[in-house]
Design a binder for this molecule. Sequence first.
Ligand SMILES: C[S@@+](CC[C@H](N)C(=O)[O-])C[C@H]1O[C@@H](n2cnc3c(N)ncnc32)[C@H](O)[C@@H]1O
Length: 240
Amino acid sequence: MDDLQKRFTEWLGPKGIELSPRQLEQFERYYQELVEWNQKMNLTGITEREQVYMKHFYDSLSLAFFVDLSKVQSLADIGSGAGFPGIPLKIAFPELKLTIVDSLAKRISFLRHVADELELSHVELIHGRAEDIARLPEHRDRYDLVTARAVARMALLNEFCLPFVRPQGLFVAMKGSDPAEELTEAVRSLKELKGEVAAVESMTLPVEESARHLVVIRKTAGTPSKYPRKAGVPAKSPLI
Ligand SMILES: C[S@@+](CC[C@H](N)C(=O)[O-])C[C@H]1O[C@@H](n2cnc3c(N)ncnc32)[C@H](O)[C@@H]1O
């Protein structure tokens, strides 16, 4: 274990996350693949090793500081990009059944490679738009937990993500800045999609201590049949 890996375990230990040597190896391999593939495709602007561990790996795992993942079987990560937060959560909690949806085929190819290299089982990778995939009965109202980090503002995120959540399941939006204003814009979509804000949690990253916020939304009932509608297309044309 090198110095950074030691610090990574020290950041996580007090939060109740213990990583085995194999899991630490998987994180390191993931880092190496990320940096290598980033030379041929745009995956992340963050490539310095400590920054990746802090801003991608630790930040992704912060969800587990607030949600009891031992009670979660199925996790869907929407707009996962280079795999955040889905892949770090899968490495740290290997029992999770992970589904990743992303609209960029290249990123899905990268994630297929990562899942193979890290020998991750029960990972389903779907190339498609969330609003289309959520229409399919095998994905609608199905997941215990749905996550999205840095994908869209809350009003649109609710439309992308809530249809995947089973009744009484959770959607967690992982945000940088304080989401209070975004949440006021999202009141209508929350209500229509049967979501209720259960908590807004905050935490700081280690070392640089920048703030992060997690909006925890509980789904109170099944998705109404008219949802989801196409992103960016109003339900009714404003001209009619
Ligand atoms: C800014 S990246 C964030 C990636 C990752 N969640 C993270 O935090 O690093 C947003 C990702 O969302 C994906 N995305 C955007 N709109 C989407 C949609 N409607 N359905 C599925 N994926 C979408 C993009 O392809 C991109 O990979």
